[in-house]
Design a protein around this ligand. Structure first.
Ligand code: GDP
Ligand code: MG
Length: 598
């Protein structure tokens, strides 16, 4: 196929605006998949991804489309992760295509991720075709949303295509627009040395690592010996093909084409998103610009509830890491929690996905310690220590200053809830950068400390706005603040897993809240248990959990035997999820719940 008959594109949208449904319709209408094999959301593979409506790995599908001009075009859709945690992967995979369909739900309008994603597409120099989805719904307001796209995003929207991805209305217009309004791949010289972008990779138990590539110059062929320019690895290509969306082998991939290769690559870690692939001999001289590896920004400890699960957990973590180069781990030992792992993630969602998979797919009960960001601790000798774990904090007398990561958060919210959102951001030590209006919605931009956001900011935002706010953020750098390490002592024993860095001015409030929460969460024992928050040796908050007087089952008024049995069973099940700290048993959920701020 000549390059003039190739179109490479992605779909950008806020979550739930219909990206996956539209992709399904495009695949279906072009007969790429036989009708009987059609199931919903073809491109979202993993269960967790499906449930949460997010894509973590980039997927691609090749569609053949006979256009109105009588020519058949090859359309390559790259479905990129739709979440801020994977921002770097998104921005890279966007560079593998030349255009984007901007899908906006015509009943909702522009949301925070609409903005974040479309700006990424604009940064990648994409041609953008706006698409208004869900016009089958009576509540849709295509005219209003058209205006909003022009006002808020600043792109032309009078020729936005009105569709219903659900009923199929307007889908032929979308296909035609991809051909007529998006450009063919830029440049591309088949005779030049091979230059291809590594778009993403995934681990397949049968095939090993499968790499998605976009060829820029030259030709990828079976048997070629290739080299990854950043990691330096060399491999022989053994399979080459395209997704339709099932794998289909082809002889070669030329300039502008997107497909996959396999090459006996053992782990995803050896394949860095954004790397340049060339031939080992007579390769290209300069790699594609702008490569940077994605680095974890949020850390937490994961410990098995049952110490006997440690080896199983190690196997499971190693398996997950095979498919995820941005997830890091090392063995951690804690006096209270025993053996576990200190893990690094790209963000909170990434953390949740990994934790869920360990629990669900590998059936391991976990204790998750407080998520922490990386603090820069400068000691008086001028050294910088990157602190991933509050437990490793240097002696306070040696510390000169502590810097913490800050983010720029963009929140879109209906007017009615603006006050609550401003209060929430203010409470989390935010500095307002901007406040503008777009119709009945306000757009607020805040500079916030990442550590105030990693825990439950998003949950709180959803709850104070009844789900109407949308949120997105980007890292902006490090800044000094008055931060101290707060310890929690249960029965006079410090519990490392609950230690955290907090702002000095907020320490009392946080300490009090944690002690109160823990008092509710820790079951009563046969003795009195003091629960304290302390900075250095100084106690700043304290609660006392009274001793248990009688057997709990005594509460069951004697008679009801089944009820008594149920209660005992419940207690037994609860026991499994408890850990012993000195003489005190602390339930697993306490480690997360205690950190939530109301
Ligand atoms: P994504 O998160 O952007 O991938 O959104 P999905 O494609 O998963 O769609 C989110 C929800 O909206 C699903 O329940 C879809 O069935 C529904 N949906 C998508 N497109 C339409 C449409 O055109 N009309 C209606 N009524 N519902 C739609
Ligand atoms: Mg989706």
């Amino acid at each position: 196929t000549p390059i003039s008959r190739i179109r490479n594109f992605s779909i950008v949208a806020h979550i739930d605006h219909g990206k996956s449904t539209l992709a399904d319709r495009l695949i279906q209408l072009t007969g790429t998949v036989a009708e009987r094999d059609m199931k919903e959301q073809l491109l979202d593979a993993m269960d967790i991804e499906r449930e949460r409506g997010i894509t973590i790995k980039a997927n691609t599908v090749r569609i053949e489309y006979p256009a109105k001009d009588g020519q058949t075009y090859i359309l390559n859709l790259i479905d990129t992760p739709g979440h801020v945690d994977f921002a770097y992967e998104v921005s890279r995979s966007m560079r593998a295509v030349e255009g984007s369909l901007l899908v906006v739900d015509a009943t909702q309008g522009v949301e925070a991720q609409t903005l974040a994603n479309v700006y990424t597409a604009i940064d990648a120099d994409h041609e953008i075709v706006p698409v208004l989805n869900k016009i089958d719904l009576p509540a849709s307001e295509p005219e209003r949303v058209r205006e909003q796209i022009e006002d808020v995003i600043g792109i032309e929207a009078h020729d936005a295509i009105e569709i219903s991805a659900k009923t199929g209305l307007g889908i032929p217009d979308v296909l035609e627009a991809i051909v007529t309004r998006l450009p063919p791949p830029h440049g591309g010289d088949a005779d030049a040395p091979l230059k291809a972008m590594l778009v993403d990779s995934k681990y397949d138990p049968y095939l090993g690592v499968v790499v998605i590539v976009r060829v820029v110059d030259g030709v990828l062929k079976k048997g070629q010996r290739i080299k990854m320019m950043k990691t330096g690895g060399t491999y022989d290509i053994d399979r080459i093909g395209v997704y339709r969306p099932a794998m289909q082998d082809v002889a070669e991939l030329g300039p502008g084409e997107i497909g996959y290769i396999t090459a006996q690559i053992k782990q995803v870690r050896d394949t860095r998103v954004g790397d340049t692939i060339t031939t080992e001999k007579k390769g290209c001289e300069t790699p594609l610009p702008g490569f940077k590896p994605s680095i974890p920004v949020v850390f937490c400890g994961l410990f098995p509830v049952d110490a006997n699960d440690f080896e199983d957990m190690r196997d499971a973590i190693e398996k997950l890491a095979l498919n995820d180069a941005s997830f890091t781990f090392e063995v951690e030992t804690s006096a209270a929690l025993g053996f576990g792992f200190r893990c690094g993630f790209l963000g909170l969602l990434h953390l949740e996905v990994i934790r869920d998979r360990l629990e669900r797919e590998y059936d391991i009960d976990l204790i998750t310690t407080a998520p922490s960001v990386i603090y820069h601790v400068f000691t008086k000798d001028g050294e910088r220590h990157d602190l991933h774990n509050p437990a490793d904090m240097p002696d306070p007398s040696k510390i000169d200053r502590i810097e913490e990561p800050r983010i720029k958060a963009t929140i879109l919210v209906p007017d009615d809830y603006l006050g609550d959102v401003l209060k929430l951001c203010q409470d989390r030590r935010g500095l307002q950068l901007d406040l503008t209006y777009a119709g009945a919605r306000a757009m607020v931009v805040y500079d916030l400390p990442l550590n105030e956001v990693v825990f439950d900011f998003y949950d709180r935002l959803k709850s104070v706005t009844k789900g109407y706010a949308s949120f997105d953020y980007q890292m902006i750098g490090y800044r000094e603040d008055n931060l101290v390490k707060m310890q929690i002592l249960v029965n006079d024993e410090p519990v490392d897993a609950l230690a955290m860095l907090v702002h000095r001015d907020r320490a009392e409030m946080r300490g009090r809240a944690m002690c109160e929460k823990l008092k509710e969460l820790i079951p009563r024992h046969m003795f009195k248990i003091p629960i304290q928050a302390a900075i250095g040796g100084k106690v700043i908050a304290r609660e006392t959990l009274a001793a248990l007087r009688k057997d709990v089952t005594a509460k069951c008024y004697g008679g009801d035997a089944t009820r008594k049995k149920k209660l005992l069973e419940k207690q037994k099940a609860g026991k499994k999820k408890m850990r012993q700290f000195g003489k005190v048993e602390i339930p697993q959920e306490a480690f997360i719940s205690a950190l939530k701020m109301d």
